[in-house]
Design a protein around this ligand. Structure first.
Ligand SMILES: N[C@@H](CCC(=O)N[C@@H](CS)C(=O)NCC(=O)O)C(=O)O
Length: 315
């Protein structure tokens, strides 16, 4: 296993799960950022790799793995460093990891995310600054945006007959999804349902702590597993949407609150968060590159020189 490339977008929920798995296993991999808000994922070359037109995708040489759960499994089985993320379901730990992943994945995170971006008053403390520009676009003319997307997809479906079904499936999604996240009642219900899921998680964390007698345990004990990867991305998304004050504070779900503080000290989580924070820089560089590859090269070289200079100065 020598030639891994992850196609992802840093802000994407499922990409973050794949990234966490790779970082947890200390895997060497190439980064290929797919700008999903610019339509990179619907280009014919990308759709041929993943007909769902979604991130993440893992390439291992010529082998392509789609779906974050499958990527986590693949990385776990094929990268022989780090600890086991998906224990065999024959064991009781394996069964519990599978049960918890299912529970956490039952949260309708797309509706939660787009719904709160759309109805920003549902956020308690305000969106993360990185989410703000996107939320503003969504507030303005999302009807137009989705209509334009459907038009583009229809043109592509016509032009590339081998991908017609895949593009048509995306047109269907682009027709139905806006109806869901623009339905305020549904968004409120999804947010209320999260309370129930987190109540269950809080009880589990308390039980594991009492039974195992350790205060710094993860979801199934001392070992960080794929269940923790699922929970880490959910909690980061809650924070991104300015909802932590609603769901976990020292008073409300204190075990979950402590768990979240501990997540922040974990290297893999820090690595993913710094990629998310670097997104605006990536956007600027991409725009420059599109405008003029020559100018972008000079700017990138300039950044390199400045970084090298500051490192030398520190020595
Ligand atoms: N079931 C897929 C879901 C992937 C997914 O929904 N990806 C989103 C970003 S989080 C995406 O690529 N959206 C762009 C699009 O659908 O066009 C997985 O687990 O990998």
């Amino acid at each position: 296993m020598s030639d891994l490339t992850l196609y992802y977008f840093p802000g994407s929920y499922y990409s973050q799960r794949a990234l966490l798995a790779l970082y947890e296993k200390d895997a060497k991999f190439k980064h290929q950022v797919v700008f999903i808000h610019d339509g990179d994922q619907i280009t014919p070359s990308y759709m041929r790799m993943n007909p769902a037109g979604q991130v993440p995708v893992l390439a291992d040489g010529k082998k392509i793995i789609t779906e974050s759960d499958a990527i986590i499994k693949y990385v776990d089985e094929n990268v022989h460093t780090g600890s086991t993320l998906v224990p065999d379901e024959i064991s009781s730990v394996g069964k519990e990891v599978a049960r918890l992943r299912k529970l956490i994945s039952s949260v309708r995170v797309e509706i939660m995310t787009y719904g709160v971006l759309r109805f920003q008053d549902l956020s308690i403390t305000g969106l993360h600054p990185i989410a703000k520009p996107m939320a503003d676009i969504m507030k303005k003319d999302q009807g137009k945006r989705f209509a334009e997307l459907r038009k583009t997809l229809a043109v592509l479906a016509e032009k590339y007959p081998d991908l017609r079904d895949a593009y048509n499936a995306k047109i269907e999604f682009a027709t139905n999804f806006p109806k869901e996240f623009q339905n305020r009642e549904l968004v409120v219900k999804v947010l209320n349902d999260v309370e129930k899921t987190l109540d269950e998680i809080e009880n589990i964390l308390k039980r594991v702590k009492d039974e195992q007698g350790i205060s710094d345990c993860w979801l199934v004990g001392p070992r960080f597993t794929a269940a923790d990867i699922a929970l880490a991305t959910l909690l980061d998304r809650i924070s991104f949407l300015g909802l932590t004050a609603r769901y976990f504070t020292p008073e409300k779900r204190p075990h979950l609150y402590q768990y979240y503080q501990r997540l922040g000290t974990r290297k893999s989580v820090q690595q993913v968060r710094s990629l998310v924070l670097a997104t605006p820089r990536m956007f600027i560089l991409r725009k420059l590159k599109k405008a003029s590859p020559f100018v972008a090269g000079i700017i990138a070289a300039g950044i390199g020189v400045a970084v090298a200079y500051s490192i030398l100065k520190r020595k």
